[in-house]
Design a protein around this ligand. Structure first.
Ligand code: HEM
Ligand SMILES: *[C@@H]1O[C@H](CO)[C@@H](O)[C@H](O)[C@H]1NC(C)=O
Length: 484
């Protein structure tokens, strides 16, 4: 008995005295009370510039407390791959920002982009795949081409009504064209530019896109909420106006004419058919999924606007795109998607714009206790992937500050993208709309430059690593050109 006690005591002494395996969290700035390290982000033009600056002090993975939220920032490609791919399942959550709930009927899980990962999300992504990621030889790809070229012809008609050679507030027109590309492709419906209700929802979608691309202190300091109640109400009002429009002008008609006996004619039909077959899907899911995808048009429109700022700033780039489109079409027709492989410079200009403008948009959240590069990351920690660093870091690019589409064109004239260039992210939650973005933005850019020289008298500033330009932004001057 005594021996047993002695052994136990000795064991306890050994066990308590044994050096513990200490769980290290990544180093980082010491947080201030209440605001944490939020003030450090305010010192730069974009939070990603702040992240890059802090990574020079604390290393490629560092901890930072924003408000009272523990966050980790990951700054190199190897570790970003660890978060998004190797451990994608452990970092598949999204933050609980109040704004995100307000946008989606009080529950961000209704949204495809802002929900936590779940089997429902897997289903929703798979329904979307054939429509949102059409393969080159598919019927959907032909459809994207047809819808895109038709909508851009309407845009040209609308542009001709504008005063030529004078500044034009062109963003609403470009957004309307993008909106019609999306509604026609996904819902077989288009709207007249003069339809006031349509104008209103295009505007609200754009407000929401701008909103999602901003960071707000209130995201991290929920006690500020009372000061933001007006703002929050505005957000949920925009979203509910959009929802009513989609229900009345799109879904109701589709529901009335739905025929389960024939293949779905578009994405909306496919969603409605799924509702009948899949007990896990409900009515809400359908409306929100459609709304999420239609909302993608704002991303395309904003990307085109940002690209046009480069066109205005670098006239030689505009000239090269014009030479390319003229040589491919010989001035006898509009450009289309099947010209893309013969127009690498035009495509490369869009990639170069994405390099300077794209950002990760929404943070990821650890859904379980895990680690990054050996550092402990607790469940609930917010993870920022610093793809700004991947896009403009000197380790990754030659002359990264130079706007040079050539960097995406190989010796033999084809498009090459380095593997660390991930403007649409990668892994489980990678952007679903990326192929549509590439197709529609190409058609718009090529066709606009085929017909116009574009300049500006306004200052066309855009924020670094931000794809959004404000809903009311710079005007552009369109001068018709002789099509050769
Ligand atoms: C220039 C345009 C666009 C850019 C740069 C872009 C980029 C991104 C990025 C970086 C993410 C985050 C991925 C992650 O968290 O790892 C994302 C998510 C997403 N994007 Fe896009 N996107 C664009 C346009 C679109 C369009 C047009 C659509 C819809 C048709 C779309 C639908 C989505 C959805 C649904 C998600 C969420 C996926 C998920 O969380 O599971 N995006 N996008
Ligand atoms: C969202 O869905 C996830 C996964 O199904 C769940 O764990 C989480 O609690 C939900 N979040 C909210 C805010 O309802």
């Amino acid at each position: 008995m005594i021996t047993l006690i002695v052994v136990l005591v000795l064991f306890l002494v050994w066990w308590l005295g044994k050096p513990k395996k200490i769980a290290f969290t990544a180093p980082g700035p010491k947080p201030w009370p209440i605001i944490g390290s939020l003030h450090l982000l305010g010192q730069h033009e974009s939070p990603f510039e702040a992240f890059t600056a802090l990574s020079k002090i604390y290393g490629d993975v560092f901890s930072i407390t924003l408000g009272s939220t523990p966050c980790v920032v990951v700054n190199n490609f190897k570790l970003i791959r660890e978060v998004l791919i190797t451990k994608g399942a452990e970092f598949g959550g999204r933050p609980n920002f109040m704004r995100f709930h307000k946008l989606f009927g009080g529950d961000r899980n209704n949204s495809l982009a802002l929900c936590d990962w779940s089997s429902l999300q897997k289903t929703r992504r798979s329904i979307a795949r054939i429509y949102c990621a059409p393969k080159f030889t598919s019927l959907q790809y032909d459809d994207v081409n047809k819808v895109g070229t038709e909508a851009v012809e309407v845009l040209l008609v609308e542009l001709r009504k504008q005063p030529m050679g004078q500044p034009v507030q062109v963003k609403p027109l470009i957004l309307a064209a993008c909106a019609n590309m999306f509604t026609q492709y996904m819902c077989s419906t288009s709207f007249d530019y003069r339809n006031v209700e349509f104008q209103k929802i295009v505007r609200y979608f754009d407000e929401i896109f701008w909103e999602i691309n901003q960071g707000y202190a209130v995201d991290f300091l929920p006690w500020l909420l009372p000061f933001y109640s007006g703002h929050m109400r505005k957000i949920s009002d925009w979203a509910s106006v959009i929802r009513k429009f989609i229900l009345a002008r799109i879904i109701d008609q589709h529901r009335a004419s739905l025929d389960p006996g024939v293949p779905p004619k578009d994405f909306t039909d496919a969603l409605l058919l799924h509702l009948e077959e899949d007990p896990n899907m409900n009515w809400q899911h359908i409306i929100f999924e459609l709304e999420d995808f239609l909302g993608g048009h704002s991303a395309v429109g904003n990307l085109v606007m940002v690209t046009l700022t480069a066109i205005v700033k670098y006239p030689e780039i505009a000239k090269r795109i014009q030479a390319e489109v003229d040589s491919v079409t010989a001035g006898t027709r509009y450009p289309n998607l099947f010209d893309r492989s013969a127009m690498p410079f035009t495509e490369a200009t869009l990639w170069e714009t994405l390099r300077t403008a794209s950002s990760p948009i929404v943070p990821h959240v650890a859904t379980t206790d895990t680690e990054i590069d050996g550092y402990t990351v607790k469940k609930g920690t917010m993870v920022f992937v610093n793809n700004y660093e991947l896009n403009v870091g000197a380790d990754y690019w030659k002359n990264p500050q130079e706007f040079n589409p050539e960097r995406f064109i190989s010796e033999d004239g084809t498009i090459v993208k380095p593997s660390h260039f991930i403007p649409f992210s990668t892994g489980k939650r990678t952007c679903i709309g990326q192929r549509l973005v590439q197709c529609f933005s190409f058609i718009i850019l090529a066709t606009l430059l085929q017909h116009y020289d574009i300049s500006s008298t306004d200052k066309c500033e855009v924020k670094p690593s931000c794809m959004a330009v404000p809903p009311d932004c710079f005007r552009l001057v369109f001068t018709p050109r002789q099509v050769h």
